[in-house]
Design a protein around this ligand. Structure first.
Ligand code: FUB
Length: 381
């Protein structure tokens, strides 16, 4: 063997020893549990907020039309900008298999988390649980779609839930931080009923609460102004039931006046009939203002659209204009509209993350486009 081949042999042997040592070291690390393995987040296994907050900010993530939160199921996103940051107040869907009923028993939610985003390129941060059903004296179960508002140096979380008589009411909880935690008022808002509160504060500082939802949301049981367990939707040719609206008191904890019904009219000024399922109000009302015009948007329920109507007063009437969002995966559809960092966004949900299970939803966002005449371009996800 000449000296050249001896050198080659030696180099080969050294490399083999190095590879073997690396393999042994790797195996030892795995066996001792010291190897840093990335935990695989599974829906409903809530990670501590600190872990989520420590994830380094990814640069330029494309968030549009993708599940924004994947470690728990979320739905009904109400988005607001507070102090230049975008906060999302969603429902927290649970990973259970309760049978579906027309009363919505499968939506058996027990708490709320708050999320926030510093811009539209970074994933939301989970601020953890901010309110739990066990901390709300008047509430029995089913904490459904919430909304939030800021006034009087206080953040308000408005939420519907069934009371101890099995009737949906709307409650309020307060915090000094938009990220909570929130402390619930001991009683629900006097005069409130049904579901899906949306609180809109007009330019003059007056706040309004819109609410109501059919079927599981019980709106048709309040036709007479009293709860009637046998209450039904009007006949197909009669005007559809409108969402309800009430002015909020200055302290934002109660209604300042009577609850009114919001009229949604067709282009000829006639009320939309109950039988026109593709246009009538079902649930998930949201109000925003764009160029001085009030927009009332809502879910059409069993036809699965997010529709919108516009008007010149916060209490209506509103005239039907068209659709913001076509049907998504899953039965329900629910949204909010917000301006953030110079653009308008639609927050909505579908059931992509669970492969289409209606009560295991995930929130998403898409950019909204207004046309010159104030109409909104339909988003087809
Ligand atoms: O999340 C429960 C209910 O489903 C909401 O209150 C409705 O708007 C629908 O999204």
């Amino acid at each position: 063997m000449n000296s050249e081949s001896r050198k080659n042999r030696l180099a080969e042997a050294t490399i083999n020893v190095l590879i073997s040592s690396a393999v042994i070291l790797f195996a030892l690390l795995i066996m001792s549990g010291c190897m840093p393995t990335k935990p695989e987040p599974t829906p409903n296994s809530v990670q501590p907020t600190s872990i989520i907050q420590n994830i380094p900010k990814p640069s330029e993530v494309d968030l549009m039309k993708k599940p924004l939160i994947t470690h728990i199921y979320t739905a009904d996103p109400s988005a607001h900008v507070f102090d230049g940051r975008l906060y999302i107040y969603p429902s927290h869907d649970l990973d259970h298999d309760n049978p579906a009923t027309n009363d919505g028993d499968q939506f058996d939610m027990e708490d709320y988390h708050v999320f926030s985003m510093e811009d539209m390129q970074s994933l939301p941060v989970d601020h953890g649980e901010v309110l739990n059903v066990k901390d709300v004296p008047w509430t029995e179960k089913q904490m459904w779609a919430p909304d939030a508002a800021f006034k009087n140096d206080t953040y308000y979380l408005y939420f519907p839930a069934r009371d101890h008589e099995n009737i949906f009411r709307i409650g309020v909880a307060t915090s000094k931080s938009p990220a909570g935690p929130f402390t619930a008022e001991p009683k629900y808002i006097e005069g409130s009923f049904s579901i899906d509160p949306c609180v809109f504060i007009d330019d003059d500082g007056q706040a309004y609460m819109y609410f109501g939802g059919l079927w599981g949301g019980q709106l048709e049981k309040w036709k007479t102004g009293q709860f009637d367990p046998e209450g039904r939707e009007p006949g197909t040719k009669e005007p559809a039931l409108g969402p309800r609206v009430a002015r909020m008191s200055a302290d934002m904890l109660s209604f300042a006046g009577p609850v009114g019904e919001v009229a949604i009219l067709d282009a000829d000024g006639n009320p939309i009939p109950d039988g026109k399922n593709s246009q009538r109000f079902f649930e998930a009302g949201w109000v925003h203002k764009y160029n001085g015009v009030y927009y009332f948007s809502y879910s059409t329920g069993d036809t699965h659209y997010i529709a919108y109507a516009t008007g010149t007063s916060p209490t209506g009437p509103f005239t039907f204009r068209g659709y913001i969002l076509t049907p998504v995966l899953g039965w329900t559809t629910h949204h909010s509209i917000v301006e953030f960092q110079g653009k308008w966004y639609l927050f909505y949900h579908d059931a992509t993350l669970s492969g289409g299970v209606t009560h295991k939803r995930n929130i998403k966002v898409a950019e909204l486009t207004y046309n010159a005449d104030g109409s909104i371009e339909t988003i087809d996800p």
